[in-house]
Each structure stands twice: as structure tokens, then as C-alpha cells.
Design a protein around this ligand. Sequence first.
Ligand SMILES: Nc1nc2c(ncn2[C@@H]2O[C@H](COP(=O)(O)OP(=O)(O)O)[C@@H](O)[C@H]2O)c(=O)[nH]1
Ligand SMILES: [Mg+2]
Length: 374
Amino acid sequence: MDLSIVVPTFNEGANVRELLRRLAATLDGTAYEVVFVDDSTDDTPDVIRGAAETSEVPVRLLHRERPVGGLGGAVVEGVRAASGDWCLVMDGDLQHPPEVIPELLERAGRGDVDVVVASRYMSGGTSKGLAGSVRTAVSRLSTVLTKAMFPRKLHGCSDPMTGFFLVHRPALELETLRPRGFKILLEILARRQLRLAEVPFDFAERYAGRSKASFTQGVRFLTQLTMLRFGRMSAFALVGGFGALANLAIMWALIAVGVEYVWAAIVASEITIVTNFLLLEYLVFADMRADSGLMRHRFAKSFTFNNIEAVIRIPVLWVLVEATHLPSVLAAAITLLAAFVVRFVFHALVVYAPRKRRPEPATAATVSADEIAA
Ligand SMILES: Nc1nc2c(ncn2[C@@H]2O[C@H](COP(=O)(O)OP(=O)(O)O)[C@@H](O)[C@H]2O)c(=O)[nH]1
Ligand SMILES: [Mg+2]
């Protein structure tokens, strides 16, 4: 079995040597390489280079100067650059004990599955290393929610949010993955029906350093879930709905302090046009930003479009009511719906249009990479 161990790292210098030591101890006699995909802002790359020099097995470093897709993006680049057909993905902080890997390999070796998931939540596994009861509850709750949204694809997977798994690369369609943030296994399993097995493990405490999980990662995860299940348009609609509510709230607040209603409507619209753009940038179209030029150009297009739309929609509404005698609220709903569709098409095809064709995936990983083999 050709084995590549893919380890995403973000400021994990203090864990690198211990990870390699424990891998070597457990995998004695197994041929493998280790691919670190590193987005660190500290000296972690130097630590990895140093450790690679003394390592018995090949250790490669892919340092990304301009990270795309966060942790999930790093994993995809690592899998793409890996030379083995089987890729073992694990965290670099030793919360995923290397000693479980032989069990994962043994299960995969039976030849009837595409992915073997190391699970905290099947019997025999634990999640003791999850910091605090709040994180444990959030993890449990999001697992249940996720499984409910993909009952078929995640059937038989008790831990779709784990970052510890062994996957057969030929079973993946790497181009179809849209990694955003932490939950890369979910992305892989939700895209395509894979044959899956599980092995329990004890999620350990971190060896050194601190967690990079955050509230923002949580919001990213919810967007990812919405997009995977209902597509980009629904995430766009969610942002639009939030914008409409914010618009009304701002208008109400301004009127309450004595601002005239037309001015209140204009100010509220301009504010929500800007906040909606930011939500689209960082959530809905986050995976398309890197290829679609400068943010200020996208903002200019989006801002212009939304203002023109507002200026056109009101007269159209007037014409519709006068010509067809539809109730005005119904007519307004029709114009809003039409505007929504046009706005979505405009943003997906114009604002976030790729400026240049994406380079071939294989080179994308290596051009920005700084690799060493030992
Ligand atoms: N390359 C890369 N690795 C990341 C990023 N964020 C987190 N990681 C790594 O992903 C693994 C899991 O992250 P961690 O902070 O431990 O999350 P937690 O286990 O959920 O608390 C660790 O090895 C991190 O160094 C990122 O943006 N890029
Ligand atoms: Mg961790």
C-alpha cells in the first residue's frame, strides 16, 4: 500500500518532532511519506525543514504563502501533492494518536472501502480531548444536524466532522471539492457516495500550542452545510434574507430618532448593500475569491448593480401595478423575486467570474510550494 500522511499545520512548531517520532515508532516497517501543508505565520516551516533532515522517512513541506480554503484547502492541496494512493489525513497537534493508524490501514487493507474514518463517537471512541463542555455540546449537536441533512451519504458514519481519516485518492474527484474551513471530511463524503468503514479512537489532549477553532469557523461550517445541501443559491438567499431584515431594522431605528422615511430607506439600503457584499465575500463566494481579481473591483460591480437595481425596481413596480392591477404587495413580491434571481446570476457570473483560468491543480500546489525531500 502506497501511503502518504497529510498533516495540515498552522503554527504547530512545538508538535512537529513529537509527531514524527510517534509516527516512526508506530509505523516501523511500513513505507510512507509525510506531507506537511503549512499556513503558519511563525517559524514552523523551519522546524519542519530541520526535522526533515534527520527523518528516516521522506518528509515534504508545502508552505502556502497565500493560503486558500483554510484547513480544508490545505488538506486538498496535500492530497493532490501526495505520491501515495492512500492518504491518511491527521492533525498536527497529536490529538489524533498515531498509534491508531495501523488499525486504519488494516481495515483499508481488506479492500472493500474507499475511506476509513477514525471516529470519536462510535463505541470504543471518546472525545475527552475536546476543550470544555460547550465545545463538546456544539460538536455533538452539529454532528446530529449534519447527519440529518445527509442521511444516505453519511449513513454508517458516526463522526463526519473528524479530521482523522484514511482515503483512497482515486475514489475522490478533487476538482469537485470546495473546501472552506475545518470540515474537509464532510465535504468529501457529501459530494459523492463512498464506501466507508470506521475505527474508534480516543481524541486526545493537544500536545503543545493552542487550538485555532473559533466562532468564525462555526459560521463557515454552517455556510458549508447550507451550500452542500441546498447549493450556493440558498446560501445567497439566506444572506439576502438577513440583509432584508437588517435593512428594515436600520430603517425603523432611524425613523425612531426622527429621520424622514425616504432618507431612512436610502441610508438603510446603502448600509445593507455594503454588509451583504461582505457576507457574500467571506461566506457565499469565499471559494471563488482567489480567482476573481481584486476585492475593490468586485465591490464596485456589486455596489453599482445593487443601486441600479433599486432605482429600476420601483418604477417597474409602479408599471406592474398600473398595467395589470395586481395588488401592490404581490407585485412587489414579484419584482423582489425577479431581482433576487438577476442579482444571483450577476454575482455568480460577473462579480465572481474567474479572471484567468485556474492553473492545472498539480502545478497550483507546487508553484506556491516550497518542498524538500529527505
Ligand atoms: N494548513 C492549515 N492548517 C490549519 C489551519 N487551521 C488549523 N490548522 C491545523 O489543523 C489542525 C486542527 O486544528 P486545531 O486548531 O487543533 O483545531 P481543533 O482540534 O478543532 O481545536 C491542526 O494541525 C492545525 O494546525 C489552517 O488555516 N491552515
Ligand atoms: Mg486540535
